[in-house]
Design a protein around this ligand. Structure first.
Ligand code: SIN
Ligand code: FE
Length: 297
């Protein structure tokens, strides 16, 4: 079972890095009750929000660095302000809680976007690479990580319904099976004119994203897994139901996952530097570099 349930945080487990190790080994840490404050009034307000153009915006996003919300339908100025305040408070509280649980990560992590997910996931119509109901590991098109890790904290704020996931093999198993056979790893190792041109453009001050071979692989792998129906159908999976008010933490660049149903979840992403890991040899970049026999970032 990829799930470790935590009723109360044990300080010796914090000091002993037990939680970091469990996450880095591919465990999902589950808190049956939200381990940080989420005022009832804020939750009730969130349940009334609607997101804009559900095909384009996957979620309502909050950017902590800019204190800015995107992806929400046009609303009265007061409501827009209230939503921003609620997401700001949520982001701060979840970061405070996660820093208590994982202090060695908190010293160096980057606070990435938070999101609110108001759409029902069952039967959602999205383009194939955006579909949440196909198993995948996460990679961000606009924020290459250079080998750092994607840690996400989810909270189900639905008052009555579970959020239901499938989880499958973790990254090591998937990479052993598909990194070479898919052709993706050899492809990202070849010198690429596109990458050189992007570097040049960036050195001239243009706002282009330069992906390392690692990031190109992870983006390609995300699409490859979602598009591989044979793999999707044959994969050995476990069904996990996250009840109302529960919170769970997971390295989504490692644990393959799909969401089958559920509506109204909050989520905060942290980018954890490679140097902060307790088990660096289990990081996707280390696994891929072993298979490739070369540095990838
Ligand atoms: C995902 O990262 O694939 C989405 C998970 C969720 O929204 O529950
Ligand atoms: Fe995902």
């Amino acid at each position: 079972m990829p799930l470790t349930t935590i009723e109360a945080i044990r300080s010796d487990d914090v000091a002993g890095l037990t939680y970091c190790r469990a996450l880095e080994a591919g465990q999902i840490l589950l808190f049956p009750r939200a381990p940080f404050e989420l005022p009832a009034g804020d939750r009730a307000f969130l349940l009334t929000r609607r997101q804009a153009g559900a095909g384009y915006h996957k979620n309502i996003a909050y950017r902590p660095q800019r204190d800015r919300v995107t992806g929400v339908v046009k609303q009265a100025a007061d409501d827009a302000d209230r939503l921003r305040h609620i997401l700001r408070d949520y982001s701060r509280r979840v970061a405070g809680f996660a820093a208590t649980l994982l202090p060695t990560y908190a010293r160096a992590w980057r606070l990435d976007f938070a999101s609110f997910r108001p759409q029902e996931e069952a039967g959602r119509s999205l383009p194939p690479h955006a579909r949440n109901d196909r198993l995948h590991v996460d990679a961000f098109p606009t924020r290459p990580s250079g080998g750092d890790r994607i840690l996400r904290v989810f909270t189900n704020i639905n008052p009555t319904a579970d959020r239901v996931w499938l989880t499958g093999d973790n990254f090591e198993r998937l990479a052993e099976r598909f990194a070479l056979s898919s052709g993706l790893l050899p492809a990202v190792q070849r010198p690429s004119l596109a990458r050189r041109l992007r570097r040049l453009a960036r050195s001239l001050g243009l706002p282009v994203t330069v992906r390392s071979p690692y990031d190109s692989f992870m983006m390609g792998f995300h699409h490859f897994l979602k598009g591989n129906l044979e793999y999707q159908q044959a994969a050995q999976t476990e069904r996990l139901a996250f009840p109302p008010a529960s919170t769970w933490l997971v390295f989504t660049d490692m644990v393959s996952h799909a969401v089958l149903s559920g509506q109204y979840a909050l989520e905060q992403t942290f980018i954890v530097p490679r140097e902060s890991l307790a088990l660096p040899e289990k990081a996707p970049i280390a696994i891929l570099e072993r298979i490739a026999g070369a540095k990838l970032a």
